[in-house]
Ligand binder design. Structure first.
Ligand code: C5P
Length: 227
């Protein structure tokens, strides 16, 4: 069977990673969550005191970029790679609302983007990969055989994310989550470097009212035409 590249982009909490994991499992492909990489850099900046509600010392962060080592380590119990920052598993620490509140400011910085994009391209050079993010079909793998662009109403997305955070035991309100989803979408779609845009050759999926199984079947049938 031919190995291809599947690029999944879209707004926050549109279920990109759920679909990507389903596809990777079925096709026995590698799954890469690029949002986890931007989140890990953000966690580093928080730990170092370079970013909080009142300040962002981007210069110090950029000066230390070479010290930030990111790796995915496959965890057979969960079936996908977990994010390691300087050899520490940060998979759960990067999913907090605090990280979500700062990550889009970090992701605007070109020097950070080029470092991560290079690593992502390296991971996908053998194909057989499902990668999700904001610039995968436009910048990381513009030649990907399949490009998906996922959307859903802001309310649906915020509700999903709110539930996820509650399940993790975070003390959050729906309003804060909605605000965060909207503000990240705004920053991500209006930044100068690699903004989130739907490329003309991508397939748009609005899953506001679509079940997970239906969505998976549709996309899997599409993939079968390419492999
Ligand atoms: O996918 P996730 O919501 O975890 O991504 C977190 C943030 O990382 C996004 O809101 C965006 O600012 C940034 N990101 C990005 N480019 C990617 C993946 C994520 O700018 N390829």
């Amino acid at each position: 069977m031919k190995k291809i590249t599947i690029a999944i982009d879209g707004f926050s909490s549109t279920g990109k990673s759920t679909l990507a994991k389903q596809l990777a499992k079925k096709l026995e492909y590698v799954y890469v969550d690029t949002g986890a990489m931007y989140r890990a850099v953000t966690l580093y900046a928080i730990q170092k005191g370079y970013i909080d509600e009142n300040r962002f010392d981007s210069e110090s962060l950029i000066a230390e970029l070479d010290l930030i080592k990111l790796h995915f380590v496959f965890n057979p119990e969960v079936g996908f790679g977990e994010m390691y920052l300087n050899n520490v598993n940060v998979e759960s620490q990067i999913r907090t609302l605090e990280v979500s509140q700062h990550v889009s400011k970090i992701a605007e910085i070109s020097k950070i983007r080029s470092k991560l994009v290079q690593q992502q391209q390296e991971m996908g050079k053998e194909k057989g990969i499902v990668m999700d993010g904001r610039d995968i079909g436009t910048v990381v793998f513009p030649d990907a055989e399949i490009k998906l662009f996922m959307t859903a109403s802001a309310d649906k997305r915020a509700k999903r994310r709110y539930k996820e955070l509650l399940d993790r035991g975070e003390d959050v309100t729906y309003d804060r989550v909605l605000k965060n989803v909207e503000s990240r979408d705004y920053i991500d779609s209006t930044r100068t470097d690699s903004p989130l845009i739907k490329s003309e050759n991508s397939i748009e999926i609005d899953n506001s009212d679509m079940g997970l199984e239906e969505q998976f079947e549709r996309i899997y049938n599409l993939v079968l035409r390419y492999i």
